[in-house]
Design a protein around this ligand. Structure first.
Ligand code: SAM
Length: 236
């Protein structure tokens, strides 16, 4: 895989270290003009998921692209068994410090071999798909997730750049940063955008249910350009 985005995540310094949620969010990249939000908004977002989907101690959850653990930590604090995977050694080392009992794995999202022994009730991938090299990579990730999808598993793929909103996103970013800074920022660091069809096709092929979520999502500026997806195995 291309290494540009990986370097960004690997080079996140530990200067924000501390299990203070603000620091964990900054490490996870939630510190740019368009992707900041209040810690209240974040807590509300995660707690809402826990409440709405009735996630309890007896459940096991996986987050792919967990970074510093900002998303997992509210689950961890409720003694819900947490498994995380990320390709950034530095971010994962922070997650290990703040969640010593979580099972954390250093790996690319498409290599899930280390997780074979687990069964998950909930799988989350939040704000990660945009960093994949191409659709083929994303397709591989979905394909490799299939063995983990049981009747009761819910797979959430959240904060995915929406192809339909790409032009609006570009215009708004240029308005915010100026054209020169926009081109500089994204020249070597492109975001991958997705059509709904990409996920629909995967679900159709595998006889999964798909739902595009509209409510109870994270309140931040860039959310309007994003898709949020829930995938489940169809009941026979
Ligand atoms: C914007 S951060 C999101 C972190 C966390 N999910 C959250 O919502 O706070 C993106 C994370 O995805 C990870 N990531 C990006 N591409 C990845 C890949 N191909 N394999 C594994 N991790 C990846 C990065 O290292 C980083 O931790």
């Amino acid at each position: 895989m291309k290494s540009s985005w990986k370097k960004i995540w690997e080079n996140k310094k530990k200067k924000f270290f501390g299990n203070n949620i603000n620091n964990l969010l900054k490490l996870n990249g939630w510190d740019t003009q368009v992707s900041t939000f209040s810690t209240n908004a974040w807590n509300h977002f995660v707690q809402n998921i826990i409440k709405k989907y009735k996630i309890k101690k007896e459940h096991k959850i996986l987050e792919i692209g967990c970074g510093s653990g900002a998303f997992l930590i509210p689950f961890y604090k409720k003694k819900i068994a947490c498994v995380g995977l990320d390709y950034s050694k530095n971010l994962l080392s922070v997650a290990k410090k703040v969640m010593p009992n979580a099972k954390l794995y250093l790996s690319e999202a498409k290599n899930l071999g280390q997780l074979k022994k687990y069964k998950f009730d909930f799988i989350f991938i939040h704000s990660v798909f945009q960093y994949f090299d191409n659709l083929k990579y994303a397709d591989k990730v979905l394909h490799n997730l299939k063995p983990f999808l049981r009747k009761e598993t819910k797979l959430f793929i959240l904060d995915v750049p929406n192809h339909l909103k790409k032009k609006n996103w570009e215009q708004d970013q240029i308005g915010l940063l100026g054209k020169k800074a926009f081109l500089k920022r994204y020249k070597n660091y492109k975001h991958l955008f997705f059509k709904k069809f990409f996920f629909k096709q995967f679900c159709k092929k595998n006889n999964y249910k798909i739902k595009f979520l509209k409510s109870n999502l994270l309140k931040k500026k860039s959310s309007k350009y994003r898709l949020n997806i829930l995938i489940e195995v169809k009941n026979k």
